[in-house]
Design a protein around this ligand. Sequence first.
Ligand SMILES: C[S@@+](CC[C@H](N)C(=O)[O-])C[C@H]1O[C@@H](n2cnc3c(N)ncnc32)[C@H](O)[C@@H]1O
Length: 288
Amino acid sequence: MAQASDDHRLISVLQKAEGFLGARGCATPRLDAQVLLAHVLGCDRVRLYVDHDKPLGPVELGRYRELIRRRAQREPVAYLIGEKEFWSLTLKVDRRVLVPRPDTETVLEEARALWPAGGPATFADVGTGSGCLACALASMFPAARGVATDRSADALALAAENLARLGFAERVETRLGDLLAPLAGGRQELLVSNPPYVRSAEIAALEPEIRLFEPRLALDGGADGLSLVRALVQAAPEHLVPGGWLVLEVGDGAAEAVAGLCVAAGLGELHTRRDLAGLERVVAARRC
Ligand SMILES: C[S@@+](CC[C@H](N)C(=O)[O-])C[C@H]1O[C@@H](n2cnc3c(N)ncnc32)[C@H](O)[C@@H]1O
């Protein structure tokens, strides 16, 4: 009896979950086990250490086991808990959208460097997904008005929800459509995008979290990974005010090719910005 209740102590449950997730190939099994348990208990991870000796009730145990089962099938933690931190904002996420990545914050660092004071009056986030970039730009530039677009109506619905939850819906409009088409009739001071840029043939080799769960529309950049980028860069000048900036997230090793596309489209003042891993992650170019 005593042994059975011991097995339901937080510490034992966590250890078992960690071992199980590790054996199923999860890269960060301890962290995942803790985040999921904290989610079930509605507490932060520190509380798990404080309460390590407490037993879990049957309802909590059942909910936790179900989440661990799904995580072992490599469903991303962000989808399991329904949210992701990005630029110090908490965004709702689910399988309609890509899970926002820390690398994408490089786009925002670039925007902040371009406008160290004040900010653009207008911006657009093309392929907004969860709305992470649009929300972050709205929070960084409180006087700016923005447009967030996506070809996926499902993604756009979630972006609209995030914009509303965070209090930005008054200033940022969502528009459905292909690339820059929804921006027709206006010109922006800042255009940002993290477009799909994985080569089609490389998708099958991605981690299960990505290839099995994230929307293919958010990943697939065509044969060379540049299909969407090419179309976006070509059309960008007519959607920018003179002096306006295009700031793009790019795939590993793609910065030079994307810079070449910008030059061919007549954009200038090109520069790149590295992510935390030291990779050229962002290309910025200006309409002269
Ligand atoms: C890599 S995800 C980026 C999402 C979000 N900006 C982020 O950084 O997490 C690319 C997004 O572009 C959208 N997308 C794909 N093709 C598109 C197109 N032709 N026009 C507009 N959006 C597109 C996808 O639905 C997806 O939401």
